[in-house]
Design a protein around this ligand. Structure first.
Ligand code: ADP
Length: 469
């Protein structure tokens, strides 16, 4: 596998080498050019000043006699050589004395800088940078005839030193850039490797695995999202396992009763009479209801619940449900009351589902209200409040039962959640009633919540949005 660090490192190396090399090359070229121009300019100025001095010298005596003695003092540096020829081309001055007495033609000097006094050419001046290897070809004149000078050793040395420094600086920059690149590459690849390891662990079923990446950049964000994903996977896996266990548990109880009764009848222990057959039928009905509830819950949770919405008068619907609970309530001497606000608009709901919601709340209220208590159902509209932001129709079911402790209050809407397992079982509750209420109301875009004061009673609220009418 070609790892990311190799790819990043390779790309970085290429960029550094190309850019530093290019930069060094360009700086080198321009430094040499600038430096040469600078030297040329210097030479021109020098030639001009020597030419002036020579003009003055000639003017004084109208001849080049004794020039040789003065010429030496005009030298700029030991590396320079000055040669002067008279108007006939005979060399009358040479700072090295080598060509004294010879002619320009003999030596083959090119066109030098003319020395002109009052429009008359009295001689010619030649300048050479007399460095090692310098020959006649490099003798220069001044003015327009100036040729690009070769650099002398000292100047060339200077340029070489500048170039060397440039290459060293380039090399240091390349090493620093490479080191920084390597550190950067490691910073990128380490979290990526950790994330890959994490993804493999989670895919292998280790849902408790978390990635340890602390960086505060996009990779840190990615690691956090990964951990959040693993956490939610872990939670839903646990919920799935709990659900399967709960369902198995809930189904086993009525099935055991049915099996026991049938075994008793077959073994001749029980008579196949009305009492035992009724018990079987009762458990069967319990199973059917349980399975129906589970199906509704799973449909609602997966958002597949089909609602047959129609404009409905909730007051009529609640009244119907109250009258169905009346028989049971009268058996416990519970008083049923209905409070209706004056103006209650119709809402768009699936009336069968809403009947299920009210029935579940009423069954709970009757079940948890002691003999002689009361249940009050209220219907009113609310613009907005603590629990709802939009205008809502609020239906509340208040009882004078034992109430619910705060630690249970937040959980009672979860499926299979029961405050008191043994008691609820004896009374037939599987802990699905409020879960169904919540899912049905949410499917309508509404909200449910409960308030309770232990020992005094509970109030369950259903809020249905009015805007959906
Ligand atoms: P169940 O079918 O077991 O009643 P629910 O989901 O309807 O399940 O209720 C969950 C739990 O909430 C129950 O175990 C019960 O203890 C508690 N509960 C529900 N309604 C009331 C109420 N009106 N008063 C007190 N406790 C209640």
């Amino acid at each position: 596998m070609r790892s990311l660090s190799w790819k990043l490192g390779g790309a970085l190396l290429l960029i550094v080498v190309v850019s530093v090399g290019l930069m060094a090359y360009i700086v080198n070229l321009s430094t040499t050019r600038e430096f040469r121009q600078y030297i040329s300019h210097g030479n021109m100025m020098y030639i001009q000043s020597v030419e002036n001095a020579l003009s003055q010298f000639y003017s004084q005596g109208e001849s080049w006699a004794d020039l040789q003695e003065t010429l030496g003092s005009m030298l700029r540096s030991r590396n320079d050589r000055l040669v002067v020829a008279d108007s006939a081309g005979a060399i009358v001055g040479d700072t090295t004395r080598e060509w004294l007495g010879k002619t320009v033609k003999e030596i083959g000097l090119g066109s030098g800088t003319p020395i002109i006094i009052s429009g008359r050419e009295v001689g010619k001046l030649y300048l050479a940078s007399a460095g090692a290897g310098m020959g006649m070809g490099h003798m220069m004149g001044g003015g327009g005839m100036f040729v690009t000078p070769m650099l002398d050793t000292a100047e060339q040395d200077f340029l070489d030193r500048v170039n060397n420094s440039l290459w060293i600086a380039g090399l240091i920059a390349a090493v620093v850039a490479l080191l920084a690149g390597l550190i950067l590459t490691r910073q990128i690849t380490r979290p990526v490797r950790a994330l890959t390891r994490g993804a493999r662990q989670v895919a292998g079923g280790d849902l408790g695995y978390r990635v340890n990446v602390k960086s505060r950049d996009e990779l840190g964000d990615l690691a956090q999202s990964f951990n959040a994903m693993a956490y939610s996977l872990d939670r839903s896996e646990q919920a799935r396992q709990r659900l399967v266990a709960d369902i198995a548990h809930e189904l086993r109880t009525p099935l055991t009763v049915i099996e026991g009764t049938i075994d008793g009848i077959l073994d001749g222990v029980f008579e196949p009479d009305h009492e035992h057959l009724s018990s079987i039928k009762e458990q069967n009905a319990l199973l059917t209801r349980l399975i129906g509830d589970l199906r509704d819950l799973s449909l609602a949770e997966s958002g597949q619940l089909k609602l047959e919405l129609a404009s409905t008068n909730m007051v009529d619907l609640v009244r119907r449900k109250l009258s169905q609970s009346e028989l049971e309530a009268r058996g416990k001497n519970i008083q049923l009351k209905l409070n209706v606000a004056q103006e209650v608009p119709e809402v768009s709901v699936d009336s069968a589902r809403m009947e299920q919601v009210i029935a579940n709340l009423m069954t709970n209220a009757v079940r948890h209200t002691p003999v002689g208590g009361s249940i009050t159902v209220s219907i009113a509209t609310s613009d907005s409040g603590q629990q709802v932001e939009k205008p809502n129709l609020i239906i509340s079911v208040a009882d004078t039962g034992e109430g619910i402790a705060p630690e249970h209050l937040t959980n009672i809407f979860e499926r299979f959640y029961r405050v008191d397992h043994s008691r609820a079982r004896s009374e037939g509750g599987a802990g699905l009633g409020l879960g169904i209420v919540k899912q049905m109301v949410q499917a309508h875009g509404g909200k449910v919540w409960a308030e309770s004061e232990p020992g005094k009673g509970s109030v369950f609220y259903v809020a249905l949005p009015l805007a959906a009418v």
